[in-house]
Design a protein around this ligand. Sequence first.
Ligand code: GLN
Length: 311
Amino acid sequence: MTLTDDAIKAAVEAGYAAALKASGGANADYIPYLAKVPSTLCAVCAVTPDGKVFAAGDSTYGFAFESISKIVTMALAMEQSGAEAVRSKIGARPTGLPFNSVMALELHGDAPLSPLVNAGAIASASLVKAKDVEDRWNQILAFQSKFAGSAVSLSAEVNQSEQTTNLHNRAIAWLLASAGNTFCDPMEALDVYTRQCSTLVTCVQLATVAATLANRGVNPITKERVVSAENVGHILAEMTMEGLYDASGDWAYEVGLPGKSGVGGGILSVAPGRLGIAAFAPPLDEVGNSVRAQAALTLISQQLGLNLYAA
Ligand code: GLN
């Protein structure tokens, strides 16, 4: 069934209202910058495969991309080396543990299991083919902009906040390296991973990333092909398994769409062929997913009948 503009507009507005009603949660505070972001910010956006944009709330506020950047870097590694290389070197498995779990590594011989947890994302950054650290970084940043449909840039403030507090991720990078699961210098991979989390995106850009995946890899705003249609299927499979970490199964129940969250408060979801949707609000639940963004996207999926498992 095609979605009418009126139906999408109404669902975005209803999703925004549902988000504002949802309470609880708290800003991430292990990254000092994130603790200071105003908790009341809230935005919802949908982008269609033919490039129409429907937005509500603070949709032009730039917030930290964080873990949602993991899908961009994973996609770049897939484009360069093939999805099979990503699957065999990193994995397509749920960890059943928090996104920065060292125990998940220890239980599996220091294998990262998924490109969508910190260990696997550091491994993805290391898999990108690059001649040095700046080349690796510039390729990832350019790919973020290509997905987002407009320029994405690094926030020096977020990056400083993350680079000076990322000791736990540093340990993860060395554990990966100890088992041969990094494909460049582990500290180079960590540096680039930390930067990729520290770019700022708006909710409109986030929904455009989702819409690029909904549109079989062609950005609906720029009309540029970003990833192959074949890799889109693999990216969505990875998102289904681990996109909302340990809540991915519950997300499949409630929303029925591949999604990806970040501790900056953003979440995006992809309705293949139909719609890209995103929401942003800083307070997170105990798993690390935005309370209000989950409320918004759940309502939109239900109102527009987007659940892939409820045909
Ligand atoms: N930069 C954050 C970290 O490495 C990203 C985590 C997230 O968004 N889940 O911990």
